[in-house]
Design a protein around this ligand. Sequence first.
Ligand code: PLP
Length: 396
Amino acid sequence: MHHLRTRAVHAGQQPDPVNGAIATPINQTTAFGYGTLDNGAALFAGEVKGYRYSRFANPTVTALEAKMADLEGAATAVAFSSGTAATSAIMLALLEPGDAIAFLGPLYGGTESVFRSLGARFGIEVIDASERGLAASLTPATRLIWVETLTNPTLQLHDLAEIAAIAKAQGITTVADNTFCTPCLTRPLDHGVDLVMHSMTKYLGGHGDATGGIVSGPEQHIERIRKLGLGQLGGNLSPQDAFLFLRGIKTLPLRMAAHCEGAARVADFLANHAAVAETHYPGLPSHPQHALAKKQMQGGYGGVVAFEMASGGRQAAAAVLDHLALFTQAVSLGDVDSLACHPATTTHSVVPAEVRAKYGIRDGLIRLSVGIEDPDDLIADLGTALAQSSTGPKGG
Ligand SMILES: Cc1ncc(COP(=O)(O)O)c(C=O)c1O
C-alpha cells in the first residue's frame, strides 16, 4: 500500500474515461438518465448498480467517499452536508427508542445538543460516562459509544484501544469523531473503533470555504446510515462542495504538518508566558496525557492550542483576543488562516455553566486554531496581544 501522502493525492481518483481530465469533474446534475424503462426498473429495484438521483449518490461525492474510506482504512464511507448531518444520521440510523448512547466528554457542544434533543424526543437515553468511567456507565441498553479523538476545546485524549475493547466485549458500536486529528494523526479504525466521522468543514477542506461531514466504516453500518441519512433525512453533500473537499484533501498531509509545527511552537511560547496559567496541547510534556498522545497519535499533535489566562477571566481573555491581528476571532478551526475564539461565550455557550466548569472551560480560556502562517509571525502577534493583559512576559 502507498504512503498516506500518496493516497491523499491519488485515492478515489481516475482520469476521466472520456477526455482524460485528471481533476475529478463536478457532476452538477440532480438526475441521471437511465435510458430504458427496464434499466430504470432494475436500477430502482437495486438489481443493477448505478446513479439515479444525486440525493442518493453522485459521482463527485462517490470519489470523495472512496478517498476518505481509503485514508481511514475503512471498507466504505458516506458523505453529508455537514458534520452535524452525519452525527444525527448515525444516531437515528443505529439507535431505536429504548436504546442508550454513552459518550466521553467534553464533546463539541453541537454534538451533545443533537444527542440530548433527539434523545429526549425519541426515547434514547444519553449517558455522560466522563465521571464514572465508561465500563461503569454502560447499561444493557447501550448500543453506541461516542468519543472525540482530541476533545474540544481542552484537548484531552481517550484511549481508543481500551474503549474499543470494552465496547466489543458487550457488542456495542463505537464511533470516534476524528475532526481534530484527521487520518494523518490518528486512525481510529486501526485501534478497533467501528466508525469514524468528521466535520470535513475543518481540516479536510482546510480553506474555510465548504461545509461537510463524512462517516467511514464497515459496509453494513454505512449502508444503514446512508439509507436513513440521505434517503430519508436528505442531508446529502453537494457535488460542488465534494470537489472542494477532494481538492483540499490532496494537500491535507502537508497542511497538517504545518499546523502541527506552528501549534507546537505556539504552545511552547504560551507555556512559558507569565500571563498564561495553563496551556493545553498534547505535544507538551506537561499535558496530563502526553504519554497516551505519543502512543496514539503519529506525525504531530494537532493544530489546536487552548490556554487559560493567569488572572482576569473573561476581561483578560477579551483584552488578548481583541488585540490579535493575524488570528481572526471566529469559531471554526482547521483553516489555513489562524483563528481564535472564547469557548465559554461561543462554541460552548449552550453548555450549562456547571458542566463547563467540570470540563475546565473557564472564562479565561482561549482556543487557537493555528493556521499555516509562519510560526514566528503568529508568536509575535500573540506576544503583542498578551502584553495587553496586566502581567508582562515571564522574566521581562
Ligand atoms: C469536533 C467536531 N465535531 C463535529 C462538528 C460539527 O460539524 P459541522 O459544523 O460541520 O456540522 C464540529 C464543529 O465545530 C466539531 O468541532
